[in-house]
Design a protein around this ligand. Structure first.
Ligand code: ADP
Length: 268
């Protein structure tokens, strides 16, 4: 299982990334954690990036790409699965990370988007600040991180939707519930990731899961099918995940990503 995560700060990608990693027995590669570790150990790299982290700015692309490459090489030696948490964060990183993964023969199967609103993630981060004392969990820096997320990170989501590997989850609910839903979706997809043709993959949108049952429409139809399939453990039904729903019917992402980044290859 190869998963990359895209989420605003405070959406709990650390917790969910660790859960996925533990469940599938794969490495959890969290770029923020790796950078903070360098800062704590006062390595040359740590000293060079500390100010970026403190200000809530992105560290230079090449720094995180080097870190990601090293971690992906180790993940390959450990079996080839991974959860990438924190990268890519902008278009350049998306493109470069894809090329690195392709070179290693391990492009992502799933781009997992944790969807959460600004007010909720700000509330969570301020609550966390009292416990964890991260230098970037102040009101001002949180606002900066969120602004960057909307400006340069969230547009990548369209690319993954376009490529048919996007799974969106409503992350506004309690972590346990979100985690259950993520694992349910990933487990349902697994046999198809292992055996299905990559070009047959279609986006799955779980953000409205709570109201999905019995509701019609292109997105929600596929949602209830995911769940029906999981409940009946029926692989033939799971194949409906990959049914022929044009991504253009899904909300948002009006087609611009194709011209910028389409490489014609599945995955990361
Ligand atoms: P959050 O998502 O809550 O902001 P992270 O732990 O993912 O937390 O990232 C913390 C900080 O680490 C970011 O604000 C940024 O400075 C740096 N960082 C992490 N990943 C990247 C990346 N891919 N590109 C640039 N900077 C990054």
């Amino acid at each position: 299982m190869r998963v990359l995560m895209i989420a605003p700060p405070g959406a709990d990608k650390g917790t969910q990334g660790a859960l996925i990693a533990a469940h599938f027995g794969i490495p959890h590669i969290a770029t923020g954690e790796l950078l903070r570790d360098h800062v704590a150990r006062r390595t040359d790299l740590g000293l060079a990036v500390q100010e970026y982290l403190d200000r809530g700015e992105l560290v230079p692309d090449q720094v995180v790409l080097d870190i990601a490459r090293e971690a992906l090489v180790a993940a390959k030696a450990a079996g080839g699965g991974y959860v990438l948490d924190g990268i890519p964060r902008n278009m350049q990183q998306a493109r470069a990370a894809y090329l690195i993964a392709r070179e290693l023969g391990m492009t992502a199967d799933v781009a997992l988007h944790l969807d959460a609103g600004d007010a909720e993630v700000t509330r969570r981060l301020l609550a966390r600040a009292a416990l964890e004392h991260r230098t970037d969990d102040t009101e001002e820096v949180i606002a900066q991180r969120l602004a960057l997320y909307h400006q340069v990170t969230s547009p990548i989501i369209c690319w993954y939707r376009d490529r048919g590997i996007l799974v969106s989850v409503d992350a506004m609910r309690p972590a346990q519930q979100v985690g259950r839903e993520i694992l349910t979706a990933l487990k349902a997809m697994r046999p198809l990731l292992d055996h299905g043709p990559a070009q047959a993959r279609q986006p799955v949108d779980l953000t409205t899961l709570g109201e999905a049952f019995g509701v019609t429409g292109p997105v929600r139809t596929s949602l209830s099918r995911v769940h029906a399939a999981v409940e009946r453990d029926n692989l033939a039904d799971e194949a409906l995940l990959w049914a022929d729903t044009p991504y253009g019917q899904l909300p948002g992402c009006a087609g611009w990503s194709s011209s910028l980044l389409r490489t014609g290859r599945p995955g990361l």
